[in-house]
Design a protein around this ligand. Sequence first.
Ligand code: ADP
Length: 320
Amino acid sequence: MEQSQVVVVGSANADLVLDIDHRPAPGETILASDVVTTPGGKGANQAVAAGKVGGRVAFLGCVGDDDHGRLLRGSLEGAGVDATGLRTVAAPTGTAIISVTPDGENSIMVSPGANRHVTPAMLTGLQDVWASAAVVVLQLEIPMESVAAVAAGATGRVVLNAAPAASLPAEVLAVADPLVVNESEAEFLLAEAGAADGATSPDGEGAPGGDSLAARLLALGPRSVILTLGAAGSVIVERAPDGGARPPVWVPARRVAATDTTGAGDAFVGALAVRLAAGASLTEAVELATAVAAVAVTRRGASTSSPTLVEVEAMFGAVV
Ligand code: ADP
């Protein structure tokens, strides 16, 4: 089999989405819309996004022997992702129950299920797939010791999306290039490190905040940082040769009419990884990631919303 350039190690979930008109109070029962079941999980979403923009991508993870597992396998394969490292285990496929109120706010409950079986032992068995990949992509919906094992063994570039927010061992943070986080994840990591004072995002001119937050994150140890700021874009901070921080680079978001921002970050990370594996600079890779995420927010769904390169170019013309 041809070596994949991008290997995503992570979670695969079925997203069960329910529209509700208000959130139920304790003890209350409400009626919801028909349930809509779509492929999700940060890892699978990122792999699908990477596959759709044309990367040679493999996904390593676990699902159950059930319809949700088959849905996920089909979604990965449909995006051109090599899913031979997607193991079927004796646990239900991970499930996210997502309720959405008319104001667009969502509440999410995640049952990890099969994702708990993405263990260091399983990943050791798949070492030939990830250890020498140009880019390995990690998030935090699988056991932390598995994230740590891959971070320690990867010889390629490690893209670490520290989501959902969780404490990170220093040795995992140290190899992240980049660490990709949104504002709330950034604040969590800084609070953990006792460095959050004054780190809330400023609303200055030019870059709409985030510069100091991103620089403080770099001081926690990663090799580079991308802080995503939703409709305000993202901020990149890289290391200078002396180990300090280069001046932050702000990449504004593309202006679009957002319909559903679920999965924007995952589309962003998937596209980013593909461009980095092709040898692009961090800024060039973020340009593509920004365009891909912008198309994704114009459509509903977490991974079903992720566009192909042709669709991105149809909306914005050629991107880097
Ligand atoms: P997450 O989904 O992880 O919370 P963000 O909301 O920060 O991440 O979004 C990630 C990226 O997606 C942003 O940096 C931006 O480029 C793009 N994006 C998010 N929301 C929008 C939007 N409303 N319009 C255009 N681009 C968006």
